[in-house]
Design a binder for this molecule. Structure first.
Ligand SMILES: NC(=O)c1ccc[n+]([C@@H]2O[C@H](COP(=O)([O-])OP(=O)(O)OC[C@H]3O[C@@H](n4cnc5c(N)ncnc54)[C@H](O)[C@@H]3O)[C@@H](O)[C@H]2O)c1
Length: 278
């Protein structure tokens, strides 16, 4: 279904980015670039890829660093360019949840941290990904009509909370709405180059973000922005009344990334068990 070089941010651990990495590795990709701030999490993802069906047939390059640092991002994309010279797919998944406070009880530092990772860094990733994708040839493939071929495809991970609001989450919700707006506008500008840009808006998914028991320990002095919450009421808003799995999001991302989704452009697809229709 997929072929060539793919980059996934927020790929470490056992969340959505890790599931997307596994799904890409088993979908025909030959080169996979994985990045995350958490080195141990990246190693966990690589071993889960290899243990899925023996050592992976795709080459995996993993680079750890803070995606909100412009110098780290420049290093990351220089590596992609110098090692592979092209980028067929990018999934911008790194993110953090909100501070669970209304605006009047939030600090500027909360706003800066959430916005820096969820929106500013994702924009910078998109900029770099589009630069590489625009400069490359459309790969030749048998059996697919020319109009359906793509020079590249980007999927941004937003949230159901980019579509609707909830109490105590103004900064997070706005960061994810910003990702959806960016997706639409990048899709318009990228269309003449046969590059597609879409977003996926997960509902409540069972990952370290929603289950404290799965989270890596905080470093000394590190402030926990992602305060624990009781999600029972939120889960029950969705008609399907359960959490989703990271794999259920990953399968939609693989489809949207592939040329099977060749006429899907600038869309934000909810994968939320019906939360936003209720
Ligand atoms: N889990 C949910 O219910 C849910 C719902 C909607 C949207 N999302 C979005 O899905 C994405 C993945 O979240 P998840 O639920 O898998 O959580 P997660 O915590 O497992 O994954 C997020 C990953 O991003 C990485 N990361 C965080 N800050 C970073 C930084 N500064 N630099 C580099 N990497 C960084 C983390 O180390 C982690 O591996 C996020 O963008 C999140 O907002 C999640």
């Amino acid at each position: 279904m997929l072929s060539g070089v793919a980059l996934i941010t927020g790929a470490g651990g056992c969340g959505i980015g890790a599931a997307i990495s596994r799904a890409f590795a088993s979908s025909g990709i030959t080169k996979l670039v994985l990045t995350d701030i958490n080195r141990k999490g990246l190693d966990q993802t690589i071993s889960s890829i290899n243990s899925a069906s023996g050592p992976s047939k795709c080459e995996i390059l993993s680079i750890d660093g803070d995606i909100s640092s412009t110098s780290f991002m420049d290093h990351l994309f220089n590596e992609v360019r110098s090692k592979y010279g092209r980028l067929d797919y990018a999934v911008n998944c790194a993110g953090i949840s909100g501070n669970n406070k209304p605006s009047d009880q939030s600090e500027m530092s909360d706003f800066d941290k959430i916005t820096d990772i969820n929106y500013r860094a994702l924009w910078y990733c998109s900029k770099k990904e589009l630069e590489i994708m625009k400069s490359q040839e459309i790969p030749s493939k048998d059996g697919l009509e020319g109009v359906r071929r793509q020079r590249g495809s980007i999927v941004n991970i937003a949230s159901q909370l980019g579509v609707v609001g909830r109490p105590d989450a103004p900064i997070y919700c706005a960061s994810k709405s910003a990702v959806m707006g960016l997706t639409r506008c990048d899709a318009i500008d990228a269309s003449p180059y046969q590059i597609r840009v879409n977003a996926v808006c997960p509902g409540i998914i069972h990952t370290p973000m929603t289950d404290n028991g799965l989270r890596p320990a905080l470093k000394e002095g590190e402030k926990d922005l992602q305060a624990p919450m009781d999600l029972t009421e939120s889960i029950n808003i969705a008609p399907m009344k359960r959490m989703g799995t990271p794999e259920e999001v990953a399968d939609v991302v693989v489809f949207l990334s592939s040329e099977k989704a060749s006429f899907v452009q600038g869309a934000s697809w909810v994968v939320d068990g019906g939360y936003t229709i209720n």
